[in-house]
Design a protein around this ligand. Structure first.
Ligand code: SAH
Ligand code: SF4
Ligand code: F3S
Length: 508
């Protein structure tokens, strides 16, 4: 958006004058996002806030009120939802799973591909019905889409029933934003495009009691040319090791069985410490000693995956033998224009090293097909690399242009039909390899962390293996005795996306 448009949109949404009681908390209700500002990576130090508290004036804001949050996108977003739920509850709100009962509805959005955004706009249209029935309902949009000016402009123009829009750097400001939204007749927009801080001690309402997410770092500085994340999540910044270790210890003490460490590019962990030489391998080596059965992490970037990390992961124990290692393409030319900063050869050497150190490793990946001007030969190099590595599973996507990224400006001579065709061909190879990997497990006994009973049958329980494969198994043991436990299961049949087995015993 140019300056003129920005001013125009600011005029449309000029804040209504605040009311007396809360005036000191009533701040500017219009701070629009700017992808251009979000792109900046300055020398400014990352501010580390350890002292999050909720102002007393807000504490009873939610008494007698209910909130509902719908989450889109990645696990980082899911975890942000847990933080927002924690804040809501600290304010006295109660959670509800029925939108029609909610006093506040939040859509925590994802901007990674166009179809992710379309879903949110569809849902926003749908919410109008609820707003008409209950005009006091507050509707909010947060998450990655709110960091994009085009999205915020569209909401301002076409979705006037939205009461608040706030960004990924503004989550800790939820109490203030809610208060502003209650008092203002205008849409409250508070989206900071800053590089980012680290805020500790935010409350969390975890959704599960068996598996927990733990952020180890925020943001991304990789700027792959197709990707919106560095703009929506700010610069790479790591949490201090002692904070992470403490959180994992507490979760272990609370009875959690599995930790998923989160970051957009966890292999850059620690790069931003200027007083400490400490990387992901060091962190994993310390976490390894905590008494919790499983620790995993996502997402790995092939470029920063160092030998020390491989060495530590090979020690096994609670560090599971599953690595999600997005390759995106098997063509050096495409990798180059994607700015992935590694070559096919580098990737293959890394895979060889990992496999040599961890012979039982399960490798999964992400692939984008139909990058602007991708040729048939370049696509075939991706198929070839897939076969060479023999990934166990992959998330595959058709390239989706994201406004503000360099790739969105490229001319593209690949037709939609050809892109769909390539995706289909790739998915056939993915299915072939994942089918074979599952088939290999038939007859074997695997360790399963039991999460619950199957939706249809009480005597069928479900859980995941160390390599994150879904296992359904029959048992006579009552579900309450097994849920949350590690059990051995003999695999009797490989299905397309899961395994079917029979209960053997509980792991001691
Ligand atoms: N930080 C992770 C990826 C996060 S996004 C990493 O670098 O591995 C998850 C996946 O979405 C990416 O791995 C990529 O395959 C896909 N993706 C990202 N931007 C995309 C776009 N513009 N179009 C299609 N797929 C995209
Ligand atoms: Fe996006 Fe690349 Fe960063 Fe992953 S590493 S979040 S694909 S820019
Ligand atoms: Fe989507 Fe943002 Fe995650 S764009 S994938 S929710 S970091």
């Amino acid at each position: 958006m140019n300056e003129e448009q920005r001013l125009a949109s600011q005029q449309i949404t000029a804040p209504k004058k605040e009311e007396k009681d809360y005036s000191q908390y009533f701040e500017k209700v219009f701070t629009a996002p700017s992808l251009k500002d979000a792109k900046k990576r300055g020398k400014e130090d990352i501010k580390y806030h350890k002292d999050f508290t909720i102002d007393e004036a807000f504490l009873n804001m939610g008494v007698g009120r209910k909130f509902y949050i719908r989450t889109y996108g990645c696990q980082m977003n899911e975890h942000d939802t847990e933080v927002m739920a924690g804040i809501f509850m600290a304010l006295g709100y109660e959670a509800t799973s029925a939108i029609e009962e909610a006093d506040v509805v939040l859509l925590n959005t994802c901007a990674i591909r166009e179809n992710a955004e379309n879903k949110v706009f569809g849902e926003l249209g749908f919410l109008l019905k609820y707003k008409r029935k209950n005009p006091d309902m507050l509707i909010g949009v947060c998450g990655c889409m709110s960091q994009e000016e085009a999205v915020v402009n569209k909401i301002l123009k076409q979705y006037q029933h939205v009461d608040m829009v706030f960004g990924t750097h503004n989550i800790h400001r939820l109490p203030n934003i809610l208060k502003d939204a209650y008092l203002s007749k205008e849409m409250v927009v508070e989206v900071w495009s800053k590089e980012g801080d680290v805020i500790e001690s935010l409350p969390k309402k975890r959704l599960g009691s068996i598996k927990a997410w733990v952020n180890i770092m925020y943001g991304c500085d990789k700027f792959c040319t197709y990707c919106i994340v560095p703009y929506t999540r700010g610069k790479e910044r790591s949490r201090r090791p002692e904070e992470i270790i403490q959180e994992v210890r507490e979760l272990a003490a609370q009875g959690y069985k599995e930790i998923m460490l989160l970051g957009q590019n966890v292999n850059a962990y620690g790069k931003d410490f200027d007083d400490l030489e400490y990387r992901l391998g060091d962190l994993m080596d310390e976490l390894r000693t905590i008494d919790i059965p499983r620790i995993r992490f996502t997402t790995s970037h092939p470029r920063d995956f160092d030998d020390h990390l491989i060495e530590v992961l090979a020690k096994g124990g609670n560090l599971v033998e599953h690595i999600h290692l997005p390759v995106q393409s098997g063509s050096n030319d495409i990798l180059k224009i994607m700015a992935r900063k590694y070559t096919r050869e580098h990737f293959l050497t890394l895979v060889d090293k990992i496999k040599a150190a961890m012979p039982n490793v399960t490798l999964t990946t992400d692939i984008i097909v139909g990058y602007p001007n991708e040729t048939e030969e370049q696509f075939e190099e991706t198929l070839d690399l897939y076969r060479q590595v023999g990934f166990d599973m992959a998330f595959t996507y058709i390239y989706s242009p994201r406004e503000g990224t360099p790739a969105a400006k490229m001319v593209d001579n690949v037709s939609d039909e050809e892109k769909k065709n390539r995706l289909h061909r790739l998915n056939e190879v993915v299915a072939e390899f994942s089918g074979a990997a599952l088939k290999k497990l038939e007859g074997q006994v695997v360790e399963v962390l039991v999460e619950g009973s199957s939706k249809r049958r009480d005597d069928v329980l479900a859980g995941y293996t160390r390599s994150n494969r879904l296992v359904n198994f029959e048992t006579d043991v009552a579900p309450e005795e097994l849920v949350g436990k590690l059990v051995n299961v003999r695999i009797v049949e490989a299905k397309t996306h899961s395994l079917l087995g029979e209960f053997v015993n509980v792991v001691n």
